[in-house]
Each structure stands twice: as structure tokens, then as C-alpha cells.
Design a protein around this ligand. Structure first.
Ligand SMILES: Cc1cc2nc3c(=O)[nH]c(=O)nc-3n(C[C@H](O)[C@H](O)[C@H](O)COP(=O)(O)OP(=O)(O)OC[C@H]3O[C@@H](n4cnc5c(N)ncnc54)[C@H](O)[C@@H]3O)c2cc1C
Length: 578
């Protein structure tokens, strides 16, 4: 059951307390409560997802990103040196379902090579692609697109599972003219832009149709799926909203390891703090910002940072909050000779109201999907990297360096015009940032530094990506369709391209790595390959913060897979003790 007020909870003693009812936390809550002997409490700081129309209707995704709003933690980064001193938004969801309830819904597993690299750095083959694939499938409930169009040639059914939990589908064909041009370009310039039937095979290179976490025209989130009606009625599963965890308490040491018996939180408008106790484990699933912050306020982190703030260090783990990695993203936009664009809907009240009415009637039409229709996963030329003395940062030959998303709309477009955009993300940044704290008050915001474009390779990759994208749009199919670039970069020097990137890049919202896993005997890292905090017992982290590297793809499907495997690790640890 989902509770709005702590006074309604039957008690505050559970086997497992999960901090954060986000993308990963709700998976873990669901899987653990499959065992009727395990009781689980999820503490979620955010609000209910019920009836939040901007979260439910896929097309309204942008509304949730307008800061400030109550569905958001409303974070921004510190000024970014690599972005000419700008600070950029770093949205994190403050709603049951976490980022799965406000993200762009794009479903990508990423390259097999990335997971094989996870397995190598952790010395645990359990994190390899072959071993994680069953967990991706366990998460996925493949669903037909709402317009029931013929999807042959748009995905590979053999790679998908009809019987998982979280809906994934192709979008309805709302932008056919735009899509035709994209597919035609793969035929005209197949060497530059090969078609890939399904980017979720573990070999994503090429261009393919976007798959999204959408089912029946509604967004599918970890709250609507893993806490859906058939699960949330379990007697052993309790979720408490408006419950922000301050720190872990009741510490003790056993066999040289630190353990905590409880979790302290504030709830609703109450000024007093409450403690929930966990007889078996505390699981941190507060995400790449929340998890390191809770650790530090609990006395786990860099001794120097903590003592400067007057926090007693219980476990000196300097890697907490370090290794923050995110994809810098920017775009190239054109005005176009077509009125089949997002602007034609958003700038025309009659058409907007028609689309809204259609969605309300049947959950179909353009509001049933996000805007991006296709993604291309591309590599930089090997020689270009070598001749500029760069080492290939990717995890392997089937792993891309850049993503190009294709959307029939652009924020940069002049009002009244029709436009499209090619969004670019640098997928293997070698720059690193951090998430830390500068106050001993756990309710103060953490300090987020995404470390964008500090390293020469990252800005080089961005610059080469723009050149590549400009070449892609020279394919013959685009010539009558494009009117003009919104910012003409075709004759720009390398320095000018760098400035364009530094002045326009923002986050692709894929922050990971702030409580990264490492091999059991490594002298860095925050969790071991079983996701247990190093030096602690009965304390696990299961969310995107444990990724040692950012995936060369979007991060929600990888987070779901890590959560599914993480839940299995917890079950294996405790079911064998029964
Ligand atoms: C705007 C945006 C768009 C994105 N678009 C895409 C996309 O299209 N495709 C894709 O694959 N990925 C996308 N991502 C990334 C992806 O959604 C995230 O990487 C992933 O969902 C992270 O999951 P998580 O479980 O680690 O954290 P979250 O889902 O953020 O869950 C953490 C939860 O913990 C709660 N919490 C935090 N601190 C506390 C505390 N102290 N006490 C109690 N609760 C707490 C939060 O409120 C939140 O609900 C996007 C992300 C954002 C922000």
C-alpha cells in the first residue's frame, strides 16, 4: 500500500528499508516482496504519481522539466569551466517512480561491450552482457504501438519479451514524412549511416527506430509497473511518500564492519524526525545525487570532507560522490519545408486541442509518444582519433562514441517556423565531476559538478560529431526538405565549433557513477560487485550511482537491469539464510 502520512503506517520495523522509490528502488521493492516472509518499506521523498497528467501523457514530458516544480528536486550544477562558466540544470525527479516518471522514455540497453567492461573492472562476470540480458528481459513487457501499424522492419521481435513488467513499445507513426526522410538517408549514405533493425541487440551501431517506455499510449514508470495494482496490494509492501531520509542511524561494528540498524527521515510537514528500522538490510536507491548525499551525512565518505563539516567519519571511503559522469548534449537545428512538426501542434491551439481530445478518447495520436523518432549510434573514425593522439575511450568496436537523436521539432526555432533537430550526445566522456555536500544539514541541497568537457577528447568528440551530423544532412533526401540551419555551422573553424558547444551544451540527464562498484580487492570504489558498501555490512546500493562507467546509451533500461540483478543478489543472500 502507498501511504501519504507516517501516522497511518502500521509500524516502523521492517526486514528491508529502501531509501528512494525511484526507477531502481521500486524494482527492488517488488522483487523482495515476492517472498511473503520479507517485509519492505520504501521511503520516497517525492509526491504521488497518481493523476499527474504531465507524467502520464508521453508528449507532455517537457512540462515536467520546467523548474521549479514540485515533481523535481530543482537542482543545478556548479558553474562548469568546460561550459564557459555556465551552470546547467540537473533535473532529478521528486515523484514516486523517480526519473522513470519524468524522463524522455527512450529505451536503450546500450552496447554489450559496456557491460563486459563492467565485468572486467569488477572481476565479476555477473555484470557481463550475457549474464545481464535475462534481467533486461525480466524488466521488459513488449507492447504493440497504439496505432497498430505494421512494425515489420522496425525492430527485431526475437530480442524482446512480451511478459515482463515495464511496458516498452515503438511509437505511433505520428511524423511519417520526417521518418521517411530519415530512413531514406540510410539508403543514400549507408556507409555513414547504416540502418540497424534493432539498437537493443547489444550491437547498437547505426540508425534505428526509437523504442520507448510507453504502453497503451501512457508512460510506463517503475511506479505504474512494479508498484502496479497487482503488486501494491501485497501485505508485506509499504511505500511512504513525502519521506525524505536524512541519514542512517543506530550504527554498530561487527567483525570489523560497520552496520546501521535504522534510517532517519522527516515526513510531510512534521518537524520531528522518525526512525524506521531494518532487521535485514538497508538499501540505498536514492539515485546518483541522493545516494552519495545520504552516505556522507551518515558518516561514510572522504574523512577530510566530512570532518570539515563536523560530521564524524564512521567509514573513510574517499570514492563516495566522486567519478560523477554524465553525457554532455547539444544540437544542430534546421527550419524545414514541412508542417508535419511538433511546432505545428504546439503553436496551433486548434490542432493542439484536437490531439489532446484524441488522446483523451483513445490514448492514440501524437500525444501518445515522445517527439524523438530515431537515434543513430556512431563511431568516430579510428584514424581521426589516432592522428590526434587520442586513445579510443569506448568499451569496444561495437560501442558508439556519439548518439544523434532525430526530432521533428526544436527549441531553438523562431516562433511560427517549422523545424527539426539533431541532438548530439558525447557518449564516452573521460571528464569526471562529483556530487558532494557543503553543509552538515541533510536537508540542504548537495553540490553537483558534472565536470563537462574538461578533457580535450570530450570537446574533440563533440566537434567531430557536429561535422558528422552536417554531412548526414547532406544526403539528397534532405535537400528539398531543409530550408536553412538555425545556426549555420558549415564554415565554422574548429575553435568556433568548440565555442558553439561550450556555449550550448547541457546535460543529457544520464548522471551515474557516484557510488561506483569496483572489484572486491580494489582500493577505490564504493560498493563491491554484490553492491554491498565496502567496509559495511547489511548496507547495499542499488541504483544508477553504482555504474563504474556511463553506458553509451540512455541509462534507464540499464538501471532497471542493474536493479533486477541487485534484487536477486539480496534475495540470494537472505533466502539462503532461512
Ligand atoms: C529529465 C530526464 C530525462 C531522462 N531521459 C531518459 C530517457 O529518455 N531514457 C533513459 O534511458 N534515461 C533517461 N534519463 C535517465 C534515467 O531516467 C535515470 O538514469 C534513471 O532513471 C535513474 O534511476 P535511479 O533509480 O538511479 O534514480 P531515480 O529514478 O532518480 O530514483 C531516486 C529516487 O530517490 C528519491 N530520493 C532521493 N533522495 C532521497 C532521500 N534522501 N530520501 C528519500 N528519497 C530520496 C528521489 O525522489 C527519487 O524518486 C533521464 C533522466 C532525466 C532526469
Amino acid at each position: 500500500k502507498v501511504y501519504e502520512d507516517v501516522s497511518e503506517l502500521p509500524g516502523l520495523s521492517y526486514d528491508f528499508v529502501i531509501v528512494g522509490g525511484g526507477t531502481a528502488g521500486n524494482v527492488v521493492a517488488n522483487r523482495l516482496t515476492e517472498n511473503p516472509d520479507f517485509s519492505v518499506l520504501v521511503l520516497e521523498a517525492g509526491v504521488s504519481n497518481e493523476g499527474v497528467i504531465d507524467s502520464i501523457i508521453p508528449f507532455f514530458v517537457e512540462n515536467l522539466l520546467m523548474q521549479p516544480n514540485i515533481y523535481e528536486w530543482n537542482y543545478t550544477t556548479v558553474p562548469q569551466t568546460g561550459l564557459n562558466g555556465r551552470n546547467v540544470g540537473n533535473p532529478r525527479a521528486h515523484i514516486l517512480g523517480g526519473c522513470s516518471a519524468h524522463n524522455g522514455m527512450i529505451y536503450t540497453r546500450g552496447p554489450a561491450d559496456d557491460y563486459n567492461r563492467f565485468a572486467t573492472v569488477t572481476s565479476d562476470p555477473g555484470w557481463s552482457w550475457n549474464r545481464l540480458l535475462p534481467y533486461f528481459l525480466k524488466n521488459e513487457k513488449w507492447t504493440a504501438p497504439v496505432d497498430h501499424h505494421d512494425t515489420r522492419g522496425q525492430y527485431d521481435p526475437a530480442l524482446h519479451n512480451l511478459n515482463g513488467v515495464n511496458s516498452v513499445s515503438l511509437n505511433a507513426l505520428s511524423w511519417p514524412v520526417f521518418s521517411q526522410h530519415i530512413i531514406q538517408s540510410t539508403k543514400e549514405i549507408p556507409d555513414e549511416l547504416p540502418f540497424n533493425l534493432d539498437m537493443n541487440s547489444g550491437k547498437p551501431l547505426g540508425l534505428g527506430w526509437v523504442q520507448s517506455t510507453i504502453g497503451g499510449g501512457e508512460r510506463s514508470t517503475s511506479a505504474t509497473s512494479y508498484l502496479g495494482p497487482k503488486f501494491i496490494q501485497r501485505r508485506n509492501l509499504h511505500v511512504l511518500l513525502h519521506a525524505q531520509v536524512s541519514k542512517l542511524v543506530n550504527s554498530s561494528h561487527k567483525n570489523g564492519k560497520l552496520a546501521f540498524g535504522g534510517v532517519e527521515f522527516k515526513q510531510g510537514g512534521a518537524s520531528s524526525l522518525f526512525i524506521a528500522t531494518a532487521a535485514k538490510e538497508i538499501i540505498l536507491s536514492a539515485g546518483s545525487v541522493g545516494t552519495p548525499a545520504v552516505l556522507m551525512h551518515s558518516g561514510i565518505g572522504n574523512r577530510k570532507t566530512l570532518s570539515n563539516l563536523g560530521i564524524t567519519t564512521l567509514l573513510d571511503l574517499p570514492s563516495v560522490g566522486q567519478n560523477a559522469t554524465d553525457h554532455p548534449a547539444f544540437g544542430v537545428d534546421w527550419t524545414v519545408n514541412s508542417n508535419q512538426t511538433i511546432a505545428s501542434l504546439t503553436q496551433n491551439t486548434t490542432r493542439f486541442n484536437e490531439a489532446f481530445a484524441q488522446w483523451n478518447r483513445s490514448h492514440t495520436g501524437p500525444f501518445s509518444g515522445g517527439g524523438t523518432t530515431h537515434s543513430a549510434w556512431l563511431r568516430l573514425d579510428h584514424q581521426i582519433l589516432a592522428s590526434n593522439n587520442f586513445t579510443d575511450p569506448s568499451s569496444g568496436p561495437d560501442s558508439p562514441h556519439i548518439e544523434v537523436t532525430f526530432t521533428p521539432g526544436s527549441f531553438a526555432a523562431p516562433p511560427g517556423s517549422n523545424s527539426i533537430s539533431a541532438g548530439i550526445a558525447v557518449l564516452n566522456p573521460i571528464s569526471r565531476g562529483s556530487v558532494t555536500i557543503n553543509s552538515s544539514n541533510p536537508f540542504d541541497s548537495p553540490i553537483i559538478d558534472v565536470g563537462f568537457l574538461l578533457e580535450a577528447l570530450d570537446i574533440f568528440t563533440g566537434r567531430e560529431a557536429i561535422k558528422k551530423v552536417l554531412r548526414l544532412f547532406q544526403a539528397p533526401t534532405w535537400q528539398d526538405y531543409l530550408i536553412a540551419p538555425i545556426e549555420d555551422l558549415s564554415d565554422s573553424s574548429d575553435d568556433e565549433l568548440d565555442e558553439y558547444i561550450r556555449n550550448s551544451a547541457a546535460s543529457a540527464f544520464h548522471l551515474v557513477g557516484t557510488a561506483a562498484m569496483s572489484a572486491r580487492d580494489a582500493d577505490y570504489g564504493v560498493v563491491d560487485p554484490d553492491l554491498l558498501v565496502k567496509g559495511a555490512s547489511r548496507l547495499r546500493i542499488i541504483d544508477a550511482s553504482v555504474f563504474p562507467f556511463v553506458i553509451s546509451g540512455h541509462t534507464q533500461a540499464p538501471t532497471y537491469a542493474v536493479a533486477e540483478r541487485g534484487a536477486d543478489l539480496v534475495k540470494m543472500a537472505w533466502e539462503s539464510k532461512v
